[in-house]
Design a protein around this ligand. Sequence first.
Ligand code: FNR
Length: 184
Amino acid sequence: QPYRIAVLVGSLRKESHNRRLALALEKLAGERARFDYLRIDDIPLYNQDHDSDFPAQGTRLKNAIRQADAVLFVTAEYNRSIPGVLKNAIDTASRPYGDGAFDGKPAAVIGTSPGAAGTAMAQQHLRNVLVFVNLSVMAQPEAFLQYRDGLIEADGSVTNDGTRRFLQAYVDRFLDWVGTHAPR
Ligand code: FNR
């Protein structure tokens, strides 16, 4: 049985490099995993009043996370931090208090941007949040990928050999992590 990986991409843009990165990882995982790209663009802006009248989109998100063996965060960096749309999804799925969807699942973080630091600051901020919602976040390897035009094709093919090997090693380690932290 392939692992079911819930994927949260921290960018809504059609041509998102991070979405391509997620597709690349899916391709490199091959038969070992099934990636489920969770929709986050329609999650209402989190409002604590919703905790007693939870939005259907939030319930959908939580159910999809609960059904997964692990969660993979592939994030852009906005102003040296987590894109608001991703933080909104995490806040929603973490509520109501005591009924968060993330509790105890394995997870990993990766991201790409054209800047030299390749989303390092956003990823570090994200790790802070993910540890609090009690995800078991893989510590190593880290992956800060500087995006260059053409690095990943629309179907997720990685055009640079070194980058492909690096991402293969990352996904192999992630699936090992899932195997040891979400035994079925
Ligand atoms: C950015 N970008 C950016 N890049 C980066 O490396 N560090 C940063 O702090 C920021 N800040 C930032 C803020 C805002 C509001 C935008 C719109 C963009 C550039 C960003 O990395 C670039 O737009 C990527 O293409 C975004 O990722 P996707 O959408 O391609 O996945």
